[in-house]
Design a protein around this ligand. Structure first.
Ligand SMILES: NC(=O)c1ccc[n+]([C@@H]2O[C@H](COP(=O)([O-])OP(=O)(O)OC[C@H]3O[C@@H](n4cnc5c(N)ncnc54)[C@H](OP(=O)(O)O)[C@@H]3O)[C@@H](O)[C@H]2O)c1
Length: 301
């Protein structure tokens, strides 16, 4: 990646941002299409979001991605929100057009595209159990409702965000059949029995010592289990799903497609999905190898 005075600039703001694989994925796509764009990671502390947004506009950026912890806070500094971003209540992509800042959220549609690609099936008419009620859960839940899922059931450790999400899902334009499932072993078992698709939208599973999210023994071969986590690529939940004969899908496809949708917003062109996926796969592999080296070094110290 090397920008010139002719390059168009995009990037990602977050804190921390070192872990982000988005620069790899986007720069690989720009390069393969011969587009003179440059995508850079920008670490922005929460108290500096407003000034960072103004700086990016003044510097002539075409847009940028937004990651944790700024996805909600950024909304206050934008000129306009897409209907999706307003519904979800979070922004992951900003478009800068003629000096105006437009907030989008591509997570829900990114999930949908990945689901269609990996299952060949839609969300329409399905009973969907979503674990979590944070930003990613909200995006996937609204997308499910818009796709006319038969039921969207939300189970979350804290009850208030789950209740708020269900309230929002029942309102127009979502109009979904939505309910809260208590975060107890018995309820989760019953919820799994009644679901076609189970989606983990919590952060549980990212660390190797995270406890299993679901009680053992409930999953069946007809289930489709999606974990929005992409690192590690095989979480305990996905292992449980495979062991039960269920279809298991990790979050890599969603990461690729939410990025591809942002790319389309900035450039007006469709990016090469295979190039983006391959760049991510290599980036994840390199990171795993580096972590293994660190573990080995710690072990012999
Ligand atoms: N593949 C992709 O492209 C993609 C995109 C976005 C996000 N994600 C992934 O989705 C996950 C959630 O991200 P987010 O942006 O929605 O984060 P978030 O807004 O911070 O929400 C975190 C969710 O995890 C739950 N949680 C955290 N620790 C828990 C624990 N120990 N036990 C049970 N529940 C717990 C929280 O429940 P409480 O409300 O009780 O705290 C909340 O529902 C992350 O793993 C993220 O990497 C993937």
């Amino acid at each position: 990646m090397s920008g010139t005075d002719k390059s168009k600039w995009v990037g990602i703001i977050g804190c921390p941002i070192r872990h982000s694989l988005s620069p790899l994925m986007h720069n690989a796509a720009f390069e393969s299409m011969g587009l003179d764009y440059c995508y850079i990671p920008l670490e922005v502390e929460p108290r500096r979001v407003r000034s960072a947004v103004h700086a990016l506009r003044s510097l002539g950026f075409c847009g940028f991605n937004v990651t944790l912890p700024h996805k909600r806070r950024i909304m206050a500094f934008l000129d306009r929100l897409s209907p999706e971003a307003r519904l979800i209540g979070a922004v992951n992509t900003v478009e800068i057009r003629r000096g105006r800042l437009i907030g989008h959220n591509t997570d829900g549609r990114g999930f949908l595209r990945a689901f269609l690609e990996e299952t060949g099936d839609s969300l329409t008419g399905k009973r969907i159990l979503i674990l979590g009620a944070g930003g990613a859960a909200r995006a996937v839940a609204f997308q499910s409702a818009m796709e006319r899922a038969a039921a969207v059931v939300i189970a979350n450790r804290s009850s208030a965000p789950a209740a708020a999400l269900v309230r929002d899902l029942r309102r127009p334009p979502a109009h979904g059949s939505a309910s809260v499932l208590p975060w107890t072993e018995a309820s989760l078992k019953a919820g799994i029995r009644q679901a076609d698709i189970i989606i983990n939208a919590t952060s549980v599973g990212m660390k190797p010592d995270d406890p299993p999210l679901l009680p053992d023994g409930g999953l069946r071969p007809h289930h489709v289990v999606c974990d929005l986590i992409y690192k590690p690529s095989e979480t305990t939940l996905l292992n449980q799903a495979r062991a039960s004969g269920a279809k298991a899908i990790n979050g890599l496809g969603m990461l690729v497609h939410q990025g591809a949708l942002a790319f389309e917003i900035w450039t007006g062109q469709r990016p090469p999905i295979s190039v983006m996926r391959e760049a991510l796969r290599r980036g994840l592999l390199r990171r795993e190898l580096r972590e293994q080296e660190i573990d080995n070094f710690e072990a012999i110290k």
